[in-house]
Structure formats: structure tokens, C-alpha cells
Design a protein around this ligand. Structure first.
Ligand SMILES: C[S@@+](CC[C@H](N)C(=O)[O-])C[C@H]1O[C@@H](n2cnc3c(N)ncnc32)[C@H](O)[C@@H]1O
Length: 344
């Protein structure tokens, strides 16, 4: 029902009295008129209201009824109390894709969970579920499409840098954001940096985006390097990135000779095997950022001991350990660690 604003309140009271105000939709005020949603309309109602200024018609109104605020609320009719307890409490956000981890106990309900999640968070384009563990040389896992647009490619933003990601084709984790930034903050203008396991290149983008450096960004996965090339064209970089598709153990010893200032070795499940190759490239006083997965009583001292051994085994020496820290939990009682060491 459309009524002029100045008689609007009086009319609203009348339709409340007639029991026909639709309380599940919001009244709209527009161009000196109020549009009042009604639960029904009959000519009898029109004559009861007895006014020449009102009109009846059809239009859309916003709902006043809030949707469910949590997955538990949305799924309480579909899942048992026990199953509700397994619902994921967190999710990864990569560009406009949300990634859920759905425990096996409620995997049969994956589609309903994805749909409910999307209703609560309609701003994402796509909802995926992790399927299996990260594995293989390329460090990718499978994803199951749950709801929304069926895609795995997106543009993720970190500290204003745009990063092209395709979850099905190359490794990417939004949980390394602080690491990408932390390392980039240390790089000075003029440095030569080798990112031995660049993936889609987030370290390289952060570094070349913040300093006039040269970054050799190497990965064995051609899809990862194609995504890095996409990102290079989307960002205004101060430095230069040289994307390389290669096995780092072949490329690094053949292309550098103790002339690299800094090497990033972010391949925690495999970096140990490549320390000797890195030592052929790094100059005296250069910095290695070494990542590993370790557990035990004191993983910090284990990683420090390990890198000293590995560098020693390659005929070089760690002259200083600048930093050791836990990056994140990688499994129960296991952490991803990083240590920044100066190599002599
Ligand atoms: C943990 S991911 C890299 C993550 C990346 N640094 C980041 O921050 O997103 C490890 C990468 O190492 C690459 N890789 C594995 N073996 C390699 C090798 N021999 N040479 C070069 N890259 C390799 C994989 O393709 C994968 O992209």
C-alpha cells in the first residue's frame, strides 16, 4: 500500500488494527511516500481505509526476518546433536572462495553444509571443501565443490598485493600471510633473492612489491609459474621478478655462484634435501630462510640444530641464527618452523 508520508503513520495504525500489516517485511520510505507491506489485499479493506490518497500494487520489500547466524542454527533440523558437534568452526578465505574442512563423521552432509554456509556468508562466490591431504611434489590437494560458482581460480589480496591462485593446480595457503610480509620487510634495495620453491609466488610478489630487488622465483610446477606471471601483470612492482620453471636442485647450482644475498626455502616437507644446492649460491654473509616440519619437546632447538648440520654438511657454516619461530601448527604435536640464518 502506498500512502503519502504525512498520513503514513495514521494509515499504518489503521492497518495494524485491521491485522493486515506484514511484519516480516520492512516499510519503505521513498519520494515522500511510504510503501507498507500487507499480508493480503481485498477491496473491502480499501473501502474500510476510506482514503483517496492510497494506492495498492506489487513491489519487493526487504525481509525483517534474520536468517540463521551460525551453521548449527541453520542445520539443527538436518543433523543430529552429535553431528552438529562436528561442524567446522573456522574456514579459509582465498579471494572470493571459502574453503571448509568437513570431518569424515559428517561428510554425508557436505552439500547441505556448503549450502547453509553460503546462505550465512552470501558474499563468497564459491564454497569448497578440502578433500584429502596435501601431497605430491606440487603440494596440491583435491577440493570438492559444495556450493556457488564451480571454480578454483581466484584473486587473493595480501597487504594490497593481488595474487592469482588456482587451488586445483598449485599450492597456496592464506595462513602464510605474515611470513610473506615478514621476509619482504627484511629485503633491501639492490638485493638478489632466490625463492627456491615459489609456488604461485607470494614471497616474490611481496618482496618485489616492496623493494628494488631482483627475485628469481623458481618452481617445478609450470601451472604455479603461469599463475605468478598473471600476478606480475596485476601488480605495480618496484623490483623485478624472474619466473623460472625448473627443478631447483638443477637450476640453482648451474645459475648462481656464491652471488645471492638471500634464499627462501619454503618447502617444509622437502627443503632439507636442497640446502647443499642453496649453499652453492649464497654468498658469505648471505641469509637463508629455512622452513621445516618438526615436533618433539623443543622443535625450535631441533630446527636450529638441523640447519647447522645441513649447512655444515655442505662445507659452509652458520655464523648467526637471527630468528627461530613457529609459523603454524601443521599436525597434532607438529609445527611448521622457520629459521633465518646467516651463512659464512
Ligand atoms: C609449500 S609450496 C610453496 C609455497 C610458497 N612458497 C608460498 O608461500 O605459497 C612448495 C612448492 O615447492 C615446489 N617444488 C617441489 N619440488 C621442487 C623442486 N625440486 N624444485 C622447485 N620447486 C619444487 C612445489 O611445486 C610447490 O609449489
Amino acid at each position: 500500500m502506498r500512502v503519502p508520508v504525512d498520513t503514513g503513520e495514521q494509515m499504518r495504525q489503521k492497518i495494524i488494527d485491521l491485522g493486515i500489516l506484514d511484519k516480516e517485511h520492512r516499510i519503505i520510505s521513498e519520494d515522500r511516500y511510504l510503501y507498507i507491506p500487507l499480508v493480503r489485499y481485498t477491496e473491502a479493506i480499501e473501502s474500510q481505509l476510506d482514503s483517496d490518497d492510497i494506492e495498492f500494487g506489487e513491489r519487493a520489500f526487504e525481509s525483517t526476518v534474520e536468517g540463521p547466524r551460525s551453521l548449527e542454527e541453520a542445520l539443527e533440523d538436518k543433523l543430529s546433536v552429535k553431528e552438529l558437534g562436528y561442524l567446522p568452526r573456522a574456514y579459509d578465505l582465498i579471494g572470493d572462495i571459502a574453503v571448509l574442512e568437513i570431518p569424515d563423521e559428517i561428510r554425508d552432509h557436505a552439500e547441505a553444509i556448503g549450502q547453509a554456509f553460503h546462505e550465512i556468508h552470501p558474499n563468497f562466490s564459491t564454497v569448497l571443501a578440502k578433500h584429502g591431504a596435501i601431497g605430491g611434489t606440487r603440494r596440491v590437494r583435491e577440493y570438492e565443490h559444495l556450493h556457488g560458482e564451480d571454480k578454483t581460480h581466484t584473486i587473493h589480496t595480501e597487504y594490497g598485493f593481488r595474487i592469482a591462485v588456482d587451488l586445483a593446480k598449485a599450492y597456496f595457503s592464506p595462513r602464510l600471510l605474515q611470513e610473506h610480509h615478514r621476509i619482504a620487510q627484511q629485503v633491501e634495495d639492490g638485493e638478489v633473492v632466490v625463492d627456491m620453491f615459489t609456488g604461485v609466488g607470494p614471497f616474490a610478489i611481496h618482496i618485489a612489491g616492496s623493494s628494488e630487488s631482483t627475485v628469481y622465483a623458481i618452481d617445478i610446477n609450470p601451472d604455479a609459474i603461469a599463475l605468478l606471471e598473471e600476478s606480475i601483470s596485476m601488480n605495480r612492482l618496484k623490483g623485478e621478478i624472474i619466473p623460472v620453471v625448473a627443478d631447483a636442485s638443477e637450476y640453482v647450482p648451474c645459475n648462481f655462484n656464491h652471488n645471492v644475498d638471500r634464499i627462501i626455502m619454503n618447502h617444509p616437507s622437502g627443503a632439507a634435501e636442497f640446502v647443499a644446492d642453496a649453499c652453492t649460491a649464497i654468498h658469505k654473509g648471505g641469509m637463508l630462510h629455512y622452513y621445516d616440519f618438526l615436533g618433539g619437546e623443543n622443535p625450535e632447538s631441533s630446527v636450529e640444530h638441523k640447519i647447522r648440520q645441513l649447512v655444515g654438511g655442505a662445507g659452509r657454516r652458520v655464523s648467526q641464527v637471527r630468528n627461530v619461530r613457529r609459523v603454524r601448527d601443521s599436525a597434532p604435536y607438529e609445527y611448521q618452523l622457520v629459521t633465518d640464518v646467516v651463512v659464512h
